[in-house]
Design a protein around this ligand. Sequence first.
Ligand code: ARG
Length: 464
Amino acid sequence: MSKLWGGRFTKKPEEWVDEFNASIPFDQELVLEDLEGSIAHVSMLKKCQILSGKEADQIIQGLEVLYQKAVNQELQYSVEYEDIHLNLEKLLIDEIGEVGGKLHTGRSRNDQIATDMHLFLKRRVKEIISLIDELQEGIILQADNHVETIIPGYTHLQRAQPISFAHHLMCYFWMLQRDKERLKDSLKRIDLSPLGAGALAGTTFPIDRAYSAEQLGFGAYYENSLDAVSDRDFIIEFLSNGALLMTHLSRLAEEFILWSTEEFGFIELDDSFTTGSSIMPQKKNPDMAELVRGKTGRVNGNLISLLTVLKGLPLAYNKDMQEDKEGMFDTVKTVTGSLKIFNGMVRTMKVKEKRMKDAVSNDFSNATELADYLAAKGLPFRQAHEIVGKLVLHCIQEKYYLKDVPLHQYKEYSALIEEDIYSILLPYAAVERRNSYGGTGFQQVRHQIEKGRSLLGEGQLINQ
Ligand code: ARG
């Protein structure tokens, strides 16, 4: 076998050098996109009469045969042919004879690979967007059932103020909403065709870039041929969006892990998303949530890795850029898998309302209620804060909570405190009264859920 670029060489690299050079072990994932790009390119060559109708039809038929074989996973690749492009060109020539050698007229692997990556990412980003939609729907379904379920809200992982569990869940809805908007926005920059940029400078053939871009369903094409073959910022942007999305999921993962401990006991994850221990029969481990938390590391790594590859790289194409692929594939796979896992986990988790209720009944997360009560009666908030602080200290010494302090005792701290304080201190009342826009008050949370539903497009799936 000889290299498709072998003309100016007197000897071939050794096999282990070929192996180091090759991207075929991983870029075969782009096989369908590469074939589609080639079909569009040849259709354009035909339209522009660069190839005869007969030649172009022969090549397109050959490419279609390869496409079917690729779908059936019948293609055999070799590291000697380095990458998906040269492997397919070789397979095409084997399939239809020498005319297959005309496929590469007026293009380069440099615009070809960039085209493949744009096509691939455009599809995957759309899939990821719809997986985010599904997870958001799952969150809304749970939130809708738990508007009046109350949990302690935390700051510094110390109990702070009681909040609606739905409010807590909906916080993730909004993070995901922004992740989705970022991905949607990035589509503008992914939906660009580099095809026809050639190696770096364009081509002498009278090609029609608009036509091939349109054949591939691209909304626009690059204005500058150097930019078209050197740009990987659309991938970096995706890796960054993926890293941020995973960071959000990792926070929810951490909360699920904490909440399903004996110590918290706020939720139970479904058996289908947990695993057992090989030695401790009682264990039910939140492995899937832990894996999402852990996999955030590799997704962050993929971002830093490509940023580092591109840093200081001169124009135009350099082989360094072959290193753009594995991280991108890995982020697509990891983000896709993590979203599916979370969608299942959120929809099937059991919420232990009683544990949540007990948690807020016996703590000091209602201390702000008392301070606000005094401030509403005209006491400067700073003084109210001081009084309540002293009362909390008193309770800790007496081993009871604010709800247990007798009225006469309260009066020793402030004459402003009346009998109505006991109803004010109830966690339910504390949540209900936080009715400022976007607050945890039930009315506000219901409003948020409604808004979320309408953002999901009147959610056909939601109401079932
Ligand atoms: N396998 C190469 C890559 O992924 C394709 C482009 C190669 N171009 C070249 N001139 N060697 O980057």
